[in-house]
Design a protein around this ligand. Structure first.
Ligand code: SME
Length: 160
């Protein structure tokens, strides 16, 4: 049994540090992309409060294709360049959106979502996938969340 759980009352940077350590332990020695993404989605949902969706989209040609996630059923294919995920994949840059209703082209998969954080996963200079977090709370994500999720993306880039 895996029993990774954050300590209570953690400051955000320490919470992400513990989550990254757990992610590396959980994926150690395993090379299957789907298995690792599935466990990582579950880990993010356990470690990070106030989320309604946590998971992955994988780059396939000029599209993003839905990967393992925790949350409501979601859009399956997103063209690179569209929506928050597509913007992250196209630019290779983190997208921190405080109010999804104010983001031109935001793709609503769950009407409850109010804010979103998307971080690209880069391997050998190419964006191979993105990590997507959604929250029903407006402005849920800060620069500390962005930095923590970027560190996770770097840590797991060779394991997904
Ligand atoms: N809102 C995203 C689409 C994916 S769902 O949130 C799971 C976007 O605009 O790219």
């Amino acid at each position: 049994m895996f029993d990774f759980a954050p300590d209570t009352g953690l400051a955000t940077p320490e919470r992400y540090r513990q989550m990254r350590d757990a992610a590396l332990a959980l994926t150690d020695g395993e090379s299957d992309t789907i298995a690792n993404m599935a466990n990582l989605a579950a880990l993010m949902a356990e470690f990070l409060p106030d989320l309604n969706w946590a998971g992955f989209y994988r780059v396939s040609g000029r599209e993003l294709v839905l990967g393992p996630f925790i949350g409501r059923p979601a859009c399956i294919r997103i063209p690179v360049g569209q929506g928050v995920c597509g913007a992250a994949a196209e630019s290779g840059k983190t997208q921190l959106v405080e109010d999804v209703h104010a983001f031109p082209g935001h793709i609503a998969c769950d009407a409850a979502s109010r804010s979103e954080l998307v971080v690209p996963i880069v391997r050998d200079g190419e964006v191979i996938a993105v990590i997507d977090l959604d929250s029903p709370v407006q402005a849920r994500f800060t620069q500390e969340d962005a930095a923590g999720l970027e560190a996770l993306a770097t840590a797991i880039a060779e394991r997904v």
